[in-house]
Design a protein around this ligand. Structure first.
Ligand code: ZN
Length: 154
């Protein structure tokens, strides 16, 4: 549906033009990780402040293509105020959404068995689906999420 695709593009562009939660947090106490995507030259720094198991603040720094930066911005907006458990679920759901596309691109046979992704409301994050039509962009779109997982596991 063209209408939906346009909407997706608009959401991604909006986050690229006006990135949310841009900046840095003092680390420590904030958790911090840096991610690189050498295929595209993207760099994402993720800072997360966790208080009582809740992501109370998040900041994103770095530079790179529109997809990597928009995805990190969307991620920051989506995880702020959520519990670490909810963030884990969301991360799993987003990566599942990406990998489903990856598989369907690799293989015309769509009867492959995939684990059910967690039943999580993705909201605007659904817009990233529009991105992953382009396989080379998938690493750009997942960079922020992988870096987030790394930061949370420190
Ligand atoms: Zn990129």
């Amino acid at each position: 549906m063209a209408g939906l695709e346009d909407l997706y593009k608009e959401i991604v562009l909006d986050h690229y033009r006006s990135p949310r939660n841009r900046g840095e947090l003092e680390s420590p106490p904030a958790k911090h990780a840096e991610g690189f995507n050498p295929l595209c030259g993207d760099e994402v720094h993720v800072y997360v402040q966790v208080d009582d198991g809740v992501v109370s603040d998040v900041a994103i720094a770095g530079q790179g293509c529109s997809i990597s930066q928009a995805s990190a911005s969307m991620m920051s907006a989506a995880i702020k105020g959520k519990s670490v458990d909810e963030v884990d679920e969301l991360t799993t759901a987003v990566k599942a959404m990406m990998s489903i596309h990856e598989q369907s691109l690799d293989d015309d046979d769509d009867s492959g068995v995939l684990p059910d992704p967690p039943d999580v409301e993705l909201g605007d994050l659904e817009a990233l689906k529009g991105v992953v039509q382009f396989p080379v962009r998938i690493k750009c779109a997942t960079l922020g999420w992988n870096t987030l997982s790394e930061a949370l596991s420190t």
